[in-house]
Design a protein around this ligand. Structure first.
Ligand SMILES: Cc1ncc(COP(=O)(O)O)c(C=O)c1O
Ligand SMILES: N[C@H](C=O)CCC(=O)O
Length: 430
């Protein structure tokens, strides 16, 4: 066993002053047992904990570190921006440059507003959709996670699902009533819901490729079907691309699947590792946002110069190096094929979903296509696998209901290292 005494003692202190000792629940390792590791630094594909251990990072800050940690291009951009002051509370040219780049790359986005997190982006997008349509209800998919806004903490994925609180206390009955639930990948079900609530649904929001009940791909025709349903009923279709934006393709999942929503929410990569979010869409909808229109949304630190500098550096690097996408997709495919072979040889009940550089190894023999099938996983097996991988220096997402994200810093040698570790981990499962 690793000596993690420094992490453990920091965790003890943390629990005295931070709820559960962490600033975001999934970090607490409760779903996998043991104490969370406290990280000190990271470089390229590696994380280093407070006790000095090195780990191959398979989460990459839940997506944004697509180039690996502390990439020099991002580091330099942040240093340069810092010298000009970390915040003005006034508009800057950088924000305009960022908006222009997003509008040029993301098919659905004609105008965009920067915010500080994915949660803010989704909350704001839904408010705008309600203001635009004059309707109250939204439809969300079971198991999708859109941050911790009240309207979304109903059948929510990610940490909410991991900790058994997909319907969070504190959300009023009124708010919950305005969120209708549909199973992911089921067009018939959502058509019925929209029909039963005719003229009342402002927006349908979903992760076009789900990452927050583990990685789940949309089935053929599903996204197209939602597009045409929204067109028929004048409903605003919102793709939450906080995870998939600039990861699955420069234009996100909407580019990959060729389906253009009315609005898109973004985060993660567009901040290059700094706190950021954005929501955008068709001009006529976005012009409802204050001060152009009546729907209020604001932010003291929105468009923060450091976040803009880091995000722009990352987006421009990706634009100049499209081979990054080929590399991360190829590395992920090699890894997933290796894992699939190992699972078969070990006789372990498991199935793997992959879209581009996102994937999840689910400990179930069911094909995972929605919330119901995702919930068939053996979470104890996953926990044992997680711990066995951790002991061998591989840092996985600490929950079965999450996706893993591969960075450009991962190469063939590291894939072999991960696969060697996995072979041993699977052998311990029995
Ligand atoms: C798809 C999706 N939407 C929204 C969010 C919320 O983003 P944040 O954690 O930055 O508030 C997340 C991640 O947490 C996410 O994965
Ligand atoms: N699934 C979440 C984001 O992608 C996990 C991150 C968090 O909630 O801390």
């Amino acid at each position: 066993m690793h000596d993690i005494s420094r992490s453990t003692s920091i965790f003890e202190r943390a629990k005295q002053v931070i709820p559960g000792g962490v600033n975001s629940p999934v970090r607490a390792f409760r779903a996998v047992g043991g104490n969370p590791l406290f990280m000190q630094r990271a470089k390229g594909p590696f994380l280093y904990d407070e006790d000095g251990h090195e780990y191959v990072d398979m989460i990459n800050s839940w997506g944004p570190m697509i180039l690996g940690h502390a990439h020099p291009v991002v580091e330099e951009a942040v240093k340069a921006a810092l010298a000009f002051s970390p915040s003005f509370g006034a508009p800057t040219a950088r924000e305009v440059e960022m908006a222009e780049l997003i509008c040029s790359l993301v098919p659905s986005v004609e105008k965009v507003r920067m915010v500080n997190s994915g949660t803010e982006a989704t909350m704001s997008a839904v408010r705008v959709a309600r203001g635009f349509t004059g309707r109250d209800k939204i439809v969300k998919m079971e198991g999708c996670y859109h941050g911790h806004g009240d309207s979304f903490l109903i059948a929510a994925g990610s940490g909410a699902l991991t900790f058994g609180t997909p319907d969070s206390p504190g959300v009023t009955k009124g708010t919950a009533r305005d969120t209708l639930l549909a199973p992911f990948n089921d067009l018939e079900a959502i058509e019925d819901i929209v029909e039963e609530n005719k003229g009342q649904v402002a927006a349908i929001i979903l992760e076009p490729v789900v990452g927050n009940m583990g990685c789940v791909a949309p089935q053929a025709g599903y996204l197209q079907g939602l597009r045409s349903l929204c067109d028929r009923h004048n409903i605003v279709l919102i793709f939450d691309e906080v995870m998939t934006g600039f990861r699955l393709a420069p234009g996100g999942a909407q580019e990959l699947y060729g389906v253009t929503p009315d609005m898109t929410t973004l985060g993660k990569i567009i901040g290059g590792g700094l706190p950021v979010g954005a929501y955008g869409g068709r001009k006529e909808i976005m012009d409802f946002v204050s001060p152009a229109g009546p729907v209020y949304q604001a932010g003291t630190l929105s468009g923060n110069p450091l976040a803009m500098a880091a995000g722009m550096a990352m987006l421009k690097y990706l634009q100049a190096h499209p081979e990054v996408y080929q590399h991360i997709d190829r590395m992920t495919t090699t890894l997933v094929q290796g894992l699939a072979q190992q699972v078969k040889e070990a006789g372990v009940k498991a199935t793997i979903n992959q879209v581009g550089s996102m994937f999840t190894l689910f400990f179930t023999d069911k094909h995972v296509i929605d919330f119901e099938t995702a919930k068939t996983v053996d979470t104890q097996k996953f926990a044992a696998y997680f711990q066995a991988m951790l002991q061998q220096g591989i840092y996985l997402a600490p929950s079965q209901y999450e996706a893993m994200f591969i960075s450009a810093a991962i190469d063939e040698k590291l894939i072999s290292r991960i696969l060697d570790a996995s072979r041993h981990a699977l052998a311990t499962l029995g």
